[in-house]
Design a protein around this ligand. Structure first.
Ligand code: CP
Ligand code: NVA
Length: 307
């Protein structure tokens, strides 16, 4: 925002409830124009640098297509293809890149790494996934819920599986937007009490049994058993998570009109059955598409403020 202080989107709670709802609302308008082939070039001549230190399909395509659709352009950087892979300090990379572009998106490992970048950046920085958070995905997920079911306030979301970047971002969403998060994960992979802090039962309830966690849920959601960066734990996780596969029985325990979401990529037969992810309650393709619309609204908001 040229008139206000520099804003970043490093985690969901960098925004207020009102700002999140503004971005969601704006995403709906931008989506509607996109569907009608109406140009929306609010970021004409603006340039986005994207730094990928981990693989991506959706995040890259949605940011890259989105920025071009807004009239801007993008630069795609990877660790190996840049001096980051040859140990240039992230602070120096931030100082240099942020003098040349208007906006930066980073996908990396530790949250502290993106924070170090942001601390030395002259332009807004967006978290495109870290080990700790995935706030752009949750913007798209909230947009998807709102489109299908209306406001999420007061509703219940069941998270089945690993207490990973997605689950902690869902928790921030529950706190900010006022809904209840049910979480069920096997021992050893549960939410860290130190990170969670004191939460009332209206915000967070944890369950040993995933079936119990699904009861009363308006949305059932899950993610891979092994996130990027944790591949060495693959075998142990495969054993530990065997009973945390979202199947028809779990969906039947949820509310009759419950939706199913998954940030993707998915592994049918592991965290979700093909029957569920390809079934009538699944909105995963809308969810993936909404990355595009939500992030266009986010980039616009960070650069132009409210329009
Ligand atoms: N959901 C998501 O962020 O997908 P990618 O890893 O393909 O970007
Ligand atoms: N939790 C997953 C999400 C991928 C989009 C990961 O971090 O790999």
């Amino acid at each position: 925002n040229p008139t206000g202080p520099l804003r970043h989107f490093l985690q969901l709670r960098d925004f207020s409830e009102e700002e999140i709802l503004y971005v969601i609302d704006r995403a709906r308008l931008i989506k509607d124009k996109f569907k009608r082939y109406l140009p929306h070039h609010t970021l004409h001549d603006r340039n986005l640098a994207m730094v990928f230190e981990k693989a991506s399909t959706r995040t890259r395509v949605s940011f890259e297509a989105g920025m071009y659709q807004l009239g801007g352009s993008v630069i795609y950087l990877t660790t190996e293809g840049s001096q980051l892979g040859r140990a240039e300090p992230i602070e120096d990379t931030a100082r240099v890149v942020s003098r040349m572009v208007d906006l930066v998106m980073i996908r990396t490992f530790e949250q502290t790494r993106i924070e170090r970048f942001a601390a030395h950046s002259r332009v807004p920085v967006i978290n495109g996934l870290t080990n700790e958070y995935h706030p752009c995905q949750i913007l798209a997920d909230i947009l998807t819920f709102v489109e299908h079911r209306g406001p999420i306030r007061g509703r219940t979301v069941a998270w089945i599986g690993d207490a990973n970047n997605m689950s902690y971002t869902w928790l921030q969403a529950a706190e900010l937007l006022g809904f209840t998060l049910h979480v069920s994960a096997p021992a050893g992979y549960r939410l860290d009490p130190l990170r969670v802090g004191d939460q009332p039962a209206s915000i967070l309830r944890e369950f040993d049994d995933p079936l119990e966690a699904c009861k009363g849920a308006d949305l059932v959601t899950t993610d891979v058993w092994t996130s990027m960066g944790y591949e060495s734990e693959n075998e142990a996780r495969r054993l530990a998570f065997a009973d945390w596969c979202v199947d028809a029985r779990m969906m039947a325990a949820a509310n009759p009109d419950a939706l199913f979401m998954h940030c993707l990529p998915a592994h049918r037969g592991e965290e979700v059955t093909g029957e569920v992810i390809d079934g009538p309650q699944s909105v995963v393709w809308d969810e993936a598409e909404n990355r595009l619309h939500a992030q266009k609204a986010l980039m616009e908001f960070l650069l132009l403020g409210r329009l």
